[in-house]
Unconditional design. Structure first.
Length: 192
């Protein structure tokens, strides 16, 4: 049961940004900047990092929705996402991405454990400063998003196919604020 009054039947973070559009617009802008704007990492790789961190945090909504976006963006390689979640070290991904996921895992567990050795290992596989920066920022941001969604006990779809539409929307249009319902929600306004 959701801890606060949000729009009914709206899942995850979408319900929270509709509740507080003044903060939600900035969260969506951050997600857009991290996952869709310019980066040496592909959009699919960035969604995969978000999925991986959300999975490590046991955030079912974020892991499910971002896995769907990553599957949509990877296209023919949809099973790759599940292989990474299951065991990224044996998944058929580049050594560079494996080292970046290791850094993301350390950020998720305790960011202070991102060591010079981990960064050097990533550099040895071709990771640039920007790759490392973006990986750390995505991992840290998704820890925040995961805790936001789970801390307020938002609704999570019970039908796994519901994530497919979310993934296609995120993979196609990115992170655009949802429209507010006609009765209005925001700044603590009670939902009808």
């Amino acid at each position: 049961m959701v801890h606060i009054q949000v729009p009914e039947s709206i899942f995850g973070i979408r319900s929270l940004v509709m509740y507080r559009p003044d903060t939600g617009q900035h969260l969506y802008a951050l997600a857009q900047a991290l996952l869709r704007n310019d980066s040496p990492l592909s959009e699919a790789e960035r969604e995969l990092i978000a999925t991986f961190v959300s999975s490590l945090n046991d955030c079912n909504f974020c892991a499910g929705s971002h896995a769907a976006a990553a599957r949509f963006l990877f296209g023919q390689d949809k099973e790759l996402v599940d292989q990474v979640i299951e065991d990224y070290q044996s998944a058929p991904i580049s050594d560079k991405l494996k080292t970046l996921l290791t850094i993301a895992k350390h950020v998720q567990e305790d960011a202070r454990t991102v060591s010079d050795e981990l960064v050097s290992a990533a550099r040895a596989t071709g990771a640039t400063d920007r790759d490392i920066h973006d990986t750390v920022l995505i991992a840290a941001t998704f820890c925040l998003f995961n805790r936001y969604v789970d801390g307020l006990a938002t609704l999570t779809p019970t039908d796994p196919t519901a994530y497919e539409a979310m993934g296609e929307r995120m993979g196609t249009i990115g992170y655009v604020m949802p429209s507010l319902p006609a009765e209005g929600v925001g700044h603590g306004t009670k939902v009808k």
